[in-house]
Design a protein around this ligand. Structure first.
Ligand code: NIG
Ligand code: FE
Length: 405
């Protein structure tokens, strides 16, 4: 039996546990406890409260001094692409000089340039790469991450990417339909091949399937065919939609009962209203919008319309080379019109919902012992300190997984 006590915390801040994800005013209903403790037994939160309520503890107890620190739930990054080789620093420079993301992809660069590098990498190399990025996420407070494939676009490399995410403790999503690789004549024949030759194996490793619905990648009918087959194979459905243009991803996501539609930089009022009355989670990725100098997604309107909103990094080598959910929270509060409370709920309890994980995203008895201790007495430094080293200690399943020296 292992017992961990985090005591004398200046503050503990957590979304309240309800049934299912939070939306509307519940998204801002953060519980803040001053002078708090958290007790974790065998990896699971046992009790939480004020120091004066702390029960007498028997036996061996590991103890963390929380004076001057604030605690929040372990962060959940529900949208990342960490299994890639090489980099796109050259394209970053080209974009800085005026090239567009779409032009680079259409010219065989972008996703396809990462595909070439990733196909060259060994399984062991891919695993080491995902571990490296996972550790970078952990140091920034992420205790649970989702990771997509989508840079192999051939059978073996797609499966190797999914295995690498799983081996690093991540939640794998199969993004076979990310771009059309050069050995396939067109998107239709590629989708046929994906369903026939890769889906049966991918469905054994992944928990969800994802597709990039966009001009130049997959249109709505191709995405529908791919996702319908993936759903029949038992996968949860997700979409990259309305990133650059609004070509029907939101109605498709709602029609298919997808778990999420992610990006939404180009979503207009009809899409906002539709998501507001659906259970499809709107996953917002402000780093991608910032990085590609695109409009920010209509986050405030989505929350006000009643949509379930989550936030994620979209960590990837092309449009969001950043592993930091605290940076996402800063952008949420400065660019998306969300409050720190809404941002916290969106990258904890609602992000866990995207991944169908009910044991994390909140600090409450029975939840997994995942906590982030921030080096500030006010938890809002999470968003307030732009790109600061705000994470002091990360506890994952009741064990200290990172401490800043
Ligand atoms: O979510 N938009 C599609 N996929 C990724 C970017 C992939 C890449 O550029 O390598 C995204 O932004
Ligand atoms: Fe993405």
């Amino acid at each position: 039996m292992s017992t961990l006590l985090i005591r004398d915390l200046a503050q503990l801040a957590t979304p309240r546990l309800g049934r299912g994800p939070l939306r509307g005013s519940a998204l801002r209903d953060i519980e803040v406890v001053d002078d708090a403790y958290v007790l974790v037994r065998d990896g699971v939160i046992d009790s939480v409260g004020r120091m004066r309520e702390l029960p007498t503890l028997e036996g061996e107890v590991e103890d963390i001094d929380g004076r001057g620190l604030s605690a929040i739930p372990g962060l959940v990054d529900c949208h990342t692409h960490p299994a890639f080789a090489g980099d796109r620093a050259g394209e970053f420079a080209l974009r800085a000089a005026g090239a567009s993301y779409e032009e680079l992809l259409a010219a065989g660069g972008g996703i396809l340039s990462t595909m070439r590098a990733t196909r060259e990498a060994s399984r062991a190399a891919l695993e080491a790469i995902v571990v490296r990025h996972r550790d970078a996420m952990l140091e920034r407070g992420t205790t649970t991450f989702e990771g997509k494939s989508g840079y192999g676009l051939d059978r073996d490399t797609e499966l190797a990417q999914l295995e690498a995410v799983r081996a690093a403790g991540g939640i794998p999503t199969w993004l076979g339909a990310h771009a059309v690789p050069p050995e396939h004549a067109d998107a239709d024949t590629y989708v046929d091949w994906l369903i026939e030759d890769v889906l049966p194996e991918a469905a054994r490793i992944a928990v969800a399937a994802d597709v990039f619905v966009e001009r130049g990648t997959f249109d709505v009918e191709q995405a529908r065919r791919y996702l319908t087959a993936c759903r029949a194979a038992g996968l949860t459905l997700r979409l990259h939609g309305d990133q650059l243009s609004e070509i029907g991803a939101v109605p498709l996501a709602i029609d298919l009962g997808a778990r999420s539609v992610d990006h939404l930089e180009a979503t207009g009022p009809a899409g906002v209203a539709a998501l507001g009355s659906s259970d499809v989670v709107a996953v917002l990725l402000p780093i991608a919008a910032l990085y590609l100098a695109r409009p920010m997604p209509p986050a405030r309107a989505l929350v006000d319309a009643g949509a379930v909103v989550a936030l994620a990094t979209d960590f990837n080598p092309g449009s969001a080379f950043c592993e930091s959910l605290p940076v996402v929270c800063t952008l949420a509060c400065t660019q998306l019109g969300l409050t720190p409370e809404e941002a916290l709920a969106a990258c904890t309890v609602n992000a866990a919902h995207v991944l169908a994980l009910t044991d994390r995203g909140s600090v409450a008895p029975g939840m997994r012992g995942d906590l982030v201790l921030l080096d500030a007495p006010d938890w809002r430094h999470l968003a307030y300190h732009l790109a600061g080293d705000v994470v002091q200690t990360v506890v994952q399943a009741g064990r200290v997984a990172f401490t800043r020296a």
